[in-house]
Design a protein around this ligand. Structure first.
Ligand SMILES: [Zn+2]
Length: 264
């Protein structure tokens, strides 16, 4: 059987036996896969650091046709995730791995999502600028992974009746309904929060811009966006992501007005 070559990001690695590991890779070619890396943690292993969490690597993998683990035969490190001074950037990187694991299915390729994930990790690695520069990357990645999972929030039209939303200072955002709601559809619904027009406009802009940079988000707005996205993703997953508590701009955690208003 010939080994398949793939571009991969390491999103999880757990010990298996004395020196081996079971790694979860998000690959550009095959989507998410789980593979046994024999002797991965032996000194001078053939994998040589390529299987550290969040590393980008090229791998050779023997695919199993039905169930079971694939077998990783080689991995070449392309880029290691470097920890610099921004703890938010490190948590952001770990969050990328958590969402890829939770929101993608095995063997279901999404090359565009791989490219966004890879670029996001590249930008967060070594980040030692201000935290405000981290949030656009985190939110853009959230929107990309939600889109790939078929769970992108409605931002321009009502999630229920699909009419274009009229301009307004506040927008009702239904956590259970999949995004923005018009005034008619909003009535009587549970888990609806009121989000500022600025926050909705920023989400729309981040949903469109996949490759290029985005101006840093003002701190007050970052707090509101984190609150909306943390809550929305918790509803999609049916649980709060492990990293969610770490992804709140610290200075804002206690400032009132940073949280979306709960209308229900
Ligand atoms: Zn509606």
């Amino acid at each position: 059987m010939a080994a398949d070559k793939a571009h991969a990001v390491v999103i999880r690695a757990v010990p298996f036996g004395e020196t081996s590991a079971v790694v979860t890779l998000f690959t550009r070619e095959f989507g998410k896969l789980r593979a046994l890396a024999k002797g991965a943690w032996r000194p001078k292993s053939a994998f040589d650091g390529a299987l550290d969490l969040l590393s980008a690597c090229q791998v050779l993998v023997l695919r199993k046709s039905s169930g079971g683990l694939d077998l990783l035969t080689e991995a070449f490190l392309q880029r290691r995730f470097r920890v610099a001074r921004s703890l938010s950037a490190v948590h952001g990187g770990m969050y990328v791995a958590e969402l890829l694991d939770a929101l993608t299915a095995d063997a279901d390729p999404h090359p565009e999502l791989f490219d966004v994930a890879s670029r996001t990790l590249e930008r967060l690695s070594s980040h030692d600028g201000p935290d405000v520069a981290v949030w656009p990357w985190v939110v853009r990645f959230e929107l990309a992974v939600l889109r790939a999972a078929g769970q992108a929030p409605a931002l321009s039209r009502c999630a229920e009746c699909r009419i274009t939303l009229p301009a307004s200072d506040r927008v009702a955002f239904g956590m259970l309904d999949g995004g923005a709601l018009c005034a008619d559809c909003r009535r009587g619904r549970r888990a609806v929060v009121s989000v500022s027009a600025d926050a909705i406009a920023t989400l729309r802009s981040l949903a469109r811009r996949v490759d290029d940079g985005h101006p840093p988000i003002a701190e007050g707005l970052a707090g509101e966006l984190r609150a909306v996205m943390n809550t929305y993703i918790a509803h999609v997953l049916g649980r709060r992501p492990r990293l969610a508590p770490r992804l709140v701009p610290t200075k804002l955690a206690s400032v009132s007005g940073a949280q979306p208003r709960n209308d229900s």
